[in-house]
Write a protein that binds this ligand. Structure first.
Ligand SMILES: Cc1ncc(COP(=O)(O)O)c(C=O)c1O
Length: 375
């Protein structure tokens, strides 16, 4: 049996066109971008062209784009910079952020200098904006608000403009983890009131180990990795040249087909949801799955039975790749902090199905068929 890959929120397959764009920078164009002779000038040009491409696609200035090693580094850096360089002394976040945000906040907001709090969540898992405003109003210290644009486990989409406008009103710094939306939704950073966003190439058919941190021109942050003068003195170290070239190419391809993919993948997701409702009694869906939600993610709550508790294991045996919550809990259901925060129903077992353009209705039929046997 062929493998079925329904875990595209964890990572996606590298696009062959992206690989093709990257290959010369692994072979003939190997020069160090900091070298002054022609080898170096060629690769420097490739990095700066990639930066311009990314900036154009996100409607940002090239000077606002920093290449990093991925979503985790970008999230860590945004939070560190807000505390160290921008005077933020209180962090408002949510209990359903990625661990790259939650653990960073835990690290910095443990002493007396920096404090943190969570916003309330509504029953459908969305952030309670009234509560966010209350918290911003009450804080005497400057706040950092770190709220993800889309949740990687349940798919809920944040109203990023509404949050940004609240932050503006209360002079707070706003960081949004956009790892699940960069390359999947058009972003216009000149119009979006946000100071930092994070993105990762491998979530939209680009390479792993490369991401971006967008830093709005209106704020000034200090270097975050010390050493040579790379990334305009902010992030030292010889650049991930072929990763950066691949990131830009993948983003270009993603935005060229974003509308087409949106409707195709959404139709697959809806097809799966309808089939599940029709075939599995008492099946449920986590988050606002029919409303403001990623078209790529369907988080399913199966009734807990002796059989369904083993579901991730059994799906794996049947060559079906899915996650319990995020990629970190694939294989073994250690319980997801996101599902715990939104509905701690001990009688449900959660499986996240996440799709890409490579998936088909036939695969959905095969997976639902298998699920009816396994539940
Ligand atoms: C929402 C979100 N933030 C951050 C990350 C971390 O990104 P990376 O694995 O590229 O460091 C991921 C992916 O795992 C994610 O889904």
């Amino acid at each position: 049996m062929e493998r079925i890959y329904f875990d595209n929120a964890a990572t996606t397959a590298l696009d062959p066109e992206v690989l093709e764009a990257m290959l010369p920078y692994m072979t003939t164009h190997f020069g160090n971008p900091s070298s002054i002779y022609s080898y170096g000038r060629e690769t420097r040009l490739a990095i700066e062209t990639a930066r311009k491409t990314v900036a154009r696609l996100l409607n940002a200035h090239p000077g606002e784009i920093f290449f990093t090693s991925g979503g985790t580094e970008s999230n860590n850096t945004a939070i560190l910079s807000a505390i160290r360089d921008l005077g933020c002394r209180h962090i408002i976040s949510s209990p359903i952020e990625h661990h790259a945000v939650l653990h960073t906040i835990e690290h910095y907001a443990c002493g007396e200098n920096v404090t943190s709090s969570f916003v309330k969540l509504l029953p459908d898992g969305h952030v309670d904006l009234t509560d966010l405003e209350e918290q911003l109003k009450e804080q005497k210290e400057r706040c950092l608000v770190s709220l993800m644009h889309a949740n990687n486990e349940i798919g809920n989409l944040l109203d990023i403009d509404a949050v940004g406008n609240l932050c503006k009103q209360y002079n707070a710094i706003f960081h949004s983890d956009c790892v699940q939306t960069v390359g999947h939704y058009p972003l216009d950073l000149r119009k979006t009131p946000v100071h930092f966003i994070s993105g990762a190439g491998h979530k939209f058919h680009g390479p792993k180990g490369v991401g971006i941190l967008y830093v709005n021109d209106n704020i000034r942050v200090k270097p975050f990795i010390f050493g040579g003068g790379q990334e305009r003195n902010m992030r030292a170290g010889t650049e991930n040249l072929y990763g950066i070239v691949g990131f830009a190419k993948a983003l270009e391809l993603a935005y060229a087909r974003v509308e087409e993919e949106h409707s195709y993948i959404l139709s697959l997701k809806n097809y799966m949801r309808e089939k599940l409702v029709a075939t599995i009694p008492n099946v449920g869906f986590n988050g606002d799955s029919e409303g403001r939600c990623l078209y790529t993610v369907l988080s399913v709550a199966f009734p807990k039975t002796e059989k369904s508790e083993m579901i991730l294991f059994n799906l794996d045996i049947n060559q079906i790749c899915v996650s319990g919550g995020s990629a970190c809990s694939s294989g073994a259901d250690q319980g997801s902090h996101v599902i715990r925060a939104i509905n701690n129903d001990p009688n449900k077992v959660t499986v996240r199905f996440s799709f890409s353009r490579h998936n088909t209705r036939e695969e959905v039929d095969a997976v639902v068929g298998k699920l009816t046997e396994l539940i």
